[in-house]
Design a protein. Structure first.
Length: 364
């Protein structure tokens, strides 16, 4: 009897079947799976290699370290499948910050995402984005389907000049100097500009940040900046950040950063116990529009004080100079308040997010 081998047709079918199984294994378990798993909350998300039809591009990275204090990434879904989210890695000189973004992105579409960087990662030069995809009913991270951008200049979120930085991400912790605040009145947290934000009703709410010596700005340069959303204003002034001198008495010391609703201008007032002076931005700044605005006062003690709204200059003043040059911004022994100018009951109605005080001239 003549032995028969496997027919070419059967061999072809077996070969195709083997190839399909092998491809499925590579699709599901391949690539860099041995790099481990990424924990998101209490759920482990497996990391796999490249996935067929899944691809994202990191089109642009914006740092905005002086305005937003957080990076933004423009992500494009280059694939024909809707994605369930992303993992963003920011590589710093000290550590790697990892954030999960659980927001879908349709096929062939682009979208900006805000990134929250936790910890002291130091200067960073590289940002990486990886897609999350649904494979057989389970969300996985595709290590080989992402994209990376290298920054030409290392960036720092907070440098040695930052005195205090309150993110108000559901708490009143100072992420830099350890100057934590306590809430007063009915102040609480609601969704804001970058996640939770400090929310006030204009009737006695504030954050009390104590009277730490680091708040004594002295005769050097400084920048005070806040993200604020002002709703209906019940008084002529709204206190943003104040280390308040009692009722403007020349015998008391302090400084106040506020908004004047009647004139529509930003206001900075200083009293060193002997001399007091104030400076104003341009008038008719309609900031009580229930929209988020980045507000800043920047003092170059050798040149000028400049006010900024959303990164745009809104007036230059020189009252801290000339005869008053070197006016010492010494603490009044009163607590630093956010959202209030206490001695005149000028409380903010709205929200505040991302408050930063620096002993340097910030550029916008």
């Amino acid at each position: 009897m003549k032995k028969r081998g496997i027919s070419p047709l059967i061999a072809t079918v077996l070969l195709i079947g083997f190839a399909i199984v092998l491809a499925a294994l590579v699709f599901r378990w391949g690539g860099d799976f041995l790099k481990g798993q990424t924990e998101e909350g209490t759920k482990d998300i497996e990391t796999v290699g490249p996935l067929m039809g899944v691809r994202v591009s990191l089109e642009e990275v914006k740092i905005f370290d002086d305005i937003y204090n957080r990076p933004k990434v423009l992500v494009k879904n280059d694939g024909k499948t809707s994605l369930d989210g992303f993992v963003v890695r920011i590589y710093g000189e000290n550590e790697v910050s990892i954030q999960h973004i659980d927001q879908p992105l349709d096929a062939f579409s682009s979208k900006w995402f805000d990134i929250d960087v936790e910890g002291d990662i130091g200067a960073f030069t590289k940002v990486e984005v990886l897609p999350k995809a649904n494979v057989n009913g389970e969300i996985v991270i595709s290590e080989g389907s992402g994209d990376t951008k290298v920054l030409s200049t290392p960036k720092l979120f907070n440098d040695e000049h930052v005195v205090a930085y309150w993110k108000f991400d559901g708490d009143t912790v100072d992420s830099v100097g350890g100057i934590d605040c306590t809430l007063g009145g009915d102040a609480h947290f609601e969704n804001g500009k970058f996640g939770p934000a400090f929310t006030l009703d204009g009737t006695g709410d504030y954050a009390n940040c104590g009277n730490d010596i680091s708040m004594d700005i002295g005769t050097g340069d400084f920048t005070i900046e806040v993200w604020a959303k002002l709703d209906s204003i019940q008084t002529d002034y709204v206190g943003l950040v104040s280390n308040d001198a009692e009722n403007g008495d020349p015998g008391h010391k302090g400084y106040i950063f506020a908004y004047n609703n009647a004139g529509g201008y930003l206001y900075f007032w200083v009293n060193n116990g002997v001399v007091r002076t104030s400076e104003k931005s341009q008038y008719n700044l309609a900031l009580n529009d229930s929209a988020w605005h980045h507000l800043a006062v920047v003092a170059d003690r050798d040149l000028k004080t400049e006010f900024f709204v959303d990164g745009v200059s809104k007036g230059i003043a020189t009252q801290l100079y000339g005869g008053s040059q070197g006016l010492d911004l010494i603490s009044s022994n009163q607590p630093l308040l956010i959202g209030a100018w206490m001695s005149n009951n000028h409380f903010l109605n709205g929200q505040i997010d991302e408050v930063r005080i620096s002993k340097t001239v910030r550029t916008f």
